[in-house]
Structure formats: structure tokens, C-alpha cells
Design a protein around this ligand. Sequence first.
Ligand code: SF4
Length: 388
Amino acid sequence: MTWHAKMSASASSRWLECPGSVQLAERMPDDDVSLPSATGTAAHQLAEECLKTGRYPARYKGKRYHVDGFDIEVDDAMVYGVTLYVKYCNLLHSPGDMRWIELDVTKWMTTLHPWFGGTADFVTYDQELRLLSVVDYKNGSGVYVGVEENPQLMYYALGAYRMLRNSSHPPEHICVHVVQPNYGDDDPIREWQVPLERLREFQQEIVDAAAAAELDTPPLKAGDHCKFCPAKLHCPELQQHTQLVQAREFEILPALSDVQLGRAMSILDAVEARCKAIRAEAYKRLMRGDKVPGQKLVEKQARRHWTNEVEVVARATNDPEVVTEDIYQAPKLKSVAQLEKLVGKKAFAERYGDLTDSRSSGYNVVSDGDARAPASPTQASPDEFDNI
Ligand code: SF4
């Protein structure tokens, strides 16, 4: 069975905000598996294999990985994403540099606190330049992963730095990188140079969080970070926030002060996450035959499907009421991102770059901890609520 640190790098954005989640999450069953997370694990296994053997990801197309009960096949999308990551790692690493694939930083982090630990995807160190580079691969497409002030990356960087700090050539420059090929049109590779001073501050922040997490009654704080908390279904703090949101009368919304509205917004993601978790739990129980009072399973609406497309075409061709071309849909041009994926980034820029531009379709409300620069709407009407 895989060992998970109680205060792992991957969960650091949650426990830095809510130290109380560490003990609460410990008591939860370890059954938080999903197809996207299993696919991410398979992509990481493929990337590790490719970096270690030097083989191209395309050679593994069709291979199957068995992860958390899912059977994941290496498809074109996975080959594309992992190729980008592997190429980037190889680009960062020059001959003569040190490198680690899947570096377990636990040994150097547990000297700070026994609950710390984690594994960095890729680390390379140029002794001459004293440059330490840490790369994290993100297979997901749903959540944008920023690089600046990303606690998971700083955690890995800190572990790798602590591993090398007593060597004859300790690191002086630290750069962290995120490779996220499947997230929309944004540049899939981001990097941030972490000032050493910031890394030392970060070390203190995680040590303080660990001290708080160990208290008999550790502090709980709800927010965006609850989305990925294994305790969200059972957490008293989140439950209290949910009740607060429920208690608000919709009619009094316009009368809320900006501060009250900001507070309500900051917990909305967490409350939504809790609702999603409740639905998922009810679905799981009903599927295994349990009775959940007031709830039942029904079949999704059935949609009609062709059972024999060749026969449909044959009949339609002889149907006097039908013009054969009309039975087909018009071809649709691929999106910019899809065509770029098809021809490759460089060739795309040369051949089609002048035919694209970037236009935002509007505005989203996000927490001010989000890495993106704030927008200054000039034309948006405050009534464009439906677009949010
Ligand atoms: S659900 Fe939110 S408030 Fe509750 S323990 Fe998890 S992170 Fe903390």
C-alpha cells in the first residue's frame, strides 16, 4: 500500500489554510478515487517510464495501466501531454547536470516535521550555475494550476534544496515549473524563479502550520481549499458555513455590504464542493442497494442511436424523399487548440499564427488568491450576471 504523508506537498494548499483538516482527513476512509485522478496517475507512470528509458511516449500508445480499479489506456491525448512534459524535462537538463525522476523528498522534509513528505516529479541541478529546477506535471484540464506562490511546488523545491544545501556547491537559484498540457488555450508551461528568502519564509509557514495541526483542537478554516478536502462531508466548520449560506434570504442579497458579500463568496466554492460530495455519497449508497430516505435512482433519459449506420446510408440513398448529402452533418473546423495539437506548436505558429487572436468571452469572479491579474471591466453591465 502506498504511504501518504499526513501533511503532503500535494495537499499543502489545503492544510496551510486549514491546519485542522490534517487530523480530520486522517479519520476519513481512503476511498476518494475517480477516473480523472486515476488517469493522472497513469500519465505520471508513463512519463516516469519514458524519462527513465529515453523512449518516446508514442511507443506506449494502446498500453493499459490499472490504477485504483480503473483500466486506463494510453491514448493520443495522453501521448501528447506526456511528450510535451518529457521534452521539456530533457530540455532543462544538460549533460553533466544531476537529475532525479520521482524524487522522494520525505527524508529531507521529516527533519522539519515527521508529518511532512512527498515526491517531486522531476528535479535537475546545474552545479555550475547553482540552478535547481523542479518540474511538476499536471494532467488535469479542469483547474488551472498557477506557478507563482504555488505551495506544492515550493514544498518540493524546499525538499530538493534541503537535500543539496550542505553540498560543496549548494543551490543559489531555484526555479519551479508547471507543465499542464490539457488546460484550454493557456500556455501549457509556466515557470517562476523562487527567491531563496521566500523559500525560507515558506519553510517557517509550513512548520507553523504543522504546529497548529498538532493541537488538541486545531483551527479549521473553510474556503476554496475545501474543494479537495477528504473531510468535506463530515466537517463541522463547513457544515456551519453551509447553514449560513442557506439561511440567507435571497431578497436581502442587494442589502448585503461588500464585506458580507465577499465573505459569502469566499465560502461558496467550499459549500458547492460539499453539496457535490453529498450527491456522490447518496449515488454510491443507492448504487450498492442501500435505502436513502426521500431519494431514488432513475435511469437517465434514453437517447436513440443508430444500430447499423451502413444500412441507414443504404436506405437513405434509395429514399426518394431524401437528398443523400442531407443525411450528413457539415464538417466543423477544429478549434485553435485542436489544430495546434494536430500540427505541433512550432509549425502551427509558422503556418497559422497570423490567423488567430485571443479574445476573452467575459469575466469570471474568482478569489483574490488567484494568480491571474485582476481585470478592469469597461463595457460590462452589472446585469450580465448570467455570464458569470
Ligand atoms: S472541509 Fe474545509 S474547513 Fe473542513 S477540514 Fe476540510 S479544509 Fe478544513
